[in-house]
Write a protein that binds this ligand. Structure first.
Ligand SMILES: *[C@@H]1O[C@H](CO)[C@@H](O)[C@H](O)[C@H]1NC(C)=O
Length: 147
């Protein structure tokens, strides 16, 4: 039944396109074909937008760091316009599982974190300079997310 429905939908879609192409459609068909095309385009747009803009979702907490031996290794990069997306994309490219944002401008990527323990989220008190709504850690404090 499901296959038949899909087949019918596909057939109807193709038919609509063909009739649009030769401009000999019953008046309702272009509307339907247009709706189909719109839905597909919207789906694609949402899909690509998601991969580029969706912020990391799994918040792991605020974790202490130490100057002498950084919990999450060397900072991946510094940015005066840091956002979660920027850091996440860098950590994704580096194939790391977690990202840590610190002191507003530092992004760390690592597969492990938490050597110095979890601390109050109040210690992760800096907004991301690139997005005021996001938290980018605090002084010696990492805002940690799964990538
Ligand atoms: C943390 O950020 C402040 C500015 O908010 C800066 O003055 C300070 O040098 C930074 N500390 C470190 C360790 O990067």
């Amino acid at each position: 039944m499901l296959v038949n429905q899909r087949l019918l939908t596909a057939l109807f879609f193709i038919l609509s396109l063909v009739c649009l192409e030769i401009q000999a459609c019953p008046p309702i068909l272009p509307v339907i074909a247009g709706a189909f095309t719109g839905i597909f385009a919207a789906g694609r747009a949402v899909g690509s937008k998601r991969s580029q803009e969706r912020p990391a979702t799994k918040f792991k907490g605020c974790y202490a760091d130490s100057v002498n031996a950084r919990d999450m290794g060397k900072a991946s990069f510094h940015s005066d316009s840091l956002t979660h997306v920027l850091c996440r994309d860098a950590c994704k490219k580096a194939n790391m599982k977690h990202m840590g944002l610190q002191n507003g401008t530092e992004c760390y990527c690592a597969n492990k974190y938490g050597k110095y323990g979890q601390i109050s989220t109040l210690k992760c008190d800096k907004n991301c300079p690139g997005n005021e709504k996001e938290t980018c850690g605090g002084y010696m404090a990492n805002t940690v997310y799964d990538v």
